[in-house]
Design a protein. Structure first.
Length: 194
């Protein structure tokens, strides 16, 4: 994604319809998905996925024509406590083998402001696919000061229901609602990229 991710959707030039999306790839070292949930009313428990991969196709003249795909292994989850991780990977929750992936593929983008949009897409988790809406914000876009190529950074939030993906054990005592916070960077794919 380049320049203003969501701006100019309503004021694009007449030729904008002929523009083609540009390819960006996620910077895996600076992309994270954090999740949190209420534990029995006593605390908020946090976990994270990081180092994931994804591609963005961005049409800067018509951001609604953009798209995003992301995937990462379930077992890349970091909980900060090995016992919790192993429980999440057990049959009580994911029953995840080494190859099980979480994927998100956008289906549409609803531009809501100069730097905001709702990204609607299909989330596949625990072998179940459900529609999810990400409330996304462009943090910054421009040439990366060290990499010397177009770069962009975004935040997004969403709320998921564990039970929708059949990982709802202990709900409602452990909250069924899980808050998602996403922060990522993406770099423009150039002819020199392998």
């Amino acid at each position: 994604m380049k320049q203003t991710l969501f701006a100019a959707a309503l004021v694009a030039l007449p030729l904008a319809a002929h523009a083609e999306p540009e390819a960006y790839t996620l910077d895996s070292s600076h992309s994270q998905v954090l999740f949190s949930y209420n534990h029995l009313g006593y605390s908020t428990t946090w976990g994270m996925f990081s180092g994931f991969e994804g591609d963005i196709q961005f049409d800067q003249d018509n951001p609604a024509n953009s798209s995003v795909t992301v995937s990462f292994p379930v077992r890349s989850m970091f909980t900060g406590w090995e016992g919790r991780f192993e429980h999440f990977m057990s049959a009580d929750f994911f029953g995840a083998d080494e190859d099980e992936m979480v994927t998100f593929t956008s289906t549409s983008i609803d531009v809501t402001g100069d730097t905001t949009a709702n990204i609607i897409g299909d989330l596949t988790l625990n072998g179940i696919t459900k529609p999810v809406t990400l409330a996304a914000t462009l943090n910054q876009a421009g040439d990366h000061p060290m990499e010397g190529k177009p770069w962009a950074g975004f935040n997004a939030t969403a709320t998921l229901m564990r039970s929708d993906f059949e990982v709802g054990m202990f709900a409602p005592f452990v909250s069924d609602e899980v808050e998602i916070q996403i922060s990522l960077e993406a770099m423009k794919v150039t002819g020199t990229d392998s």
